[in-house]
Design a protein around this ligand. Sequence first.
Ligand SMILES: [Zn+2]
Length: 350
Amino acid sequence: MTETRLTIRRPDDWHLHLRDGDMLKSVLPSTSANFGRAIIMPNLVPPVVTSQDAEGYRDRILAAMPEGHDFTPLMTLYLTETTDADDLEQAAKSGLVTAVKLYPAGATTNSQSGVRDFDKVAGVLERMAEIGLPLLVHGEVTTPDVDIFDREAVFIETVLDPIRRKFPKLKVVMEHITTEEGVNYARSGGDNLGATITTHHLIINRNDLLVGGIKPHFYCLPVAKREKHRLALRAAATSGDARFFLGTDSAPHLDQNKLCECGCAGIFSALNTMSCLAHVFEEEGALDKLEAFASLNGPAFYGMAPNTTNVDLVKTDEKVVYPPNIPTPEGPVTLFNPGFDIFWKVENEK
Ligand SMILES: [Zn+2]
């Protein structure tokens, strides 16, 4: 049997949804088994808006972690029009909070508390620029007259670029970019601009979502775009360019909430992400760039050291079979199906 083995630093996930309660307990092991750290999204109901909320949530995550797993949740606060700059600064300085998340109001799951009037958060952004705390942006406008497939490009032009001009020192991560415009804008920035790319946006385009019948498990936000955009994302992720790094945006929803008249947006990919990525990077002839994308570029952007342990990605002739879903007390959560057979598996350092 032929075997290919690739040893890389343990990866991190720079954009992750863990939810809370039973769902948290059910999905966390998929991440904590495979990643050293993850940026935890704050869009709970109610959202994580104060340092006290973040502390409580972090404690619930740590309490839910399986024994023997070595994983650090990196907490974020949800930016609202009433975020307190002093509370934020204190939370950042104590190490409790790693970044702040900006959701335009109504952009995605649980984003009702997001920002409507950007002037109201100017003071907070000013403070973040001063102390070097990154702003993570869900880069889509939510105005009803903008087509869903254009929302990222319009956001860059009408919201993101003006923010970056007003606060040139602010560190910004363009979260889960999905378009060529996103890639080009990230490339145009200096070293205080980064962009995360999900696993699934490297694999699916909007045809996969819509042709031959709607595939609710491929529905996420930002929605998958045309093929040319997927190719631009692949080129960026596999380029080794330090501005691009992995953020899975693994976002579990119960099947019953996806398979219905108004299904939720989100793809759960934490469990098989590294296997899928190895497949993609091999396809692109870029296995030597996978470590940069998954394990090095992210920490460098955040000013952190890479993880000290390694993982092996091992490919054999034998198909790696992941379960189609993971169980939760309320029902199953379907795992991302990349549409190809997987031969790469992850072996953690003993
Ligand atoms: Zn997300």
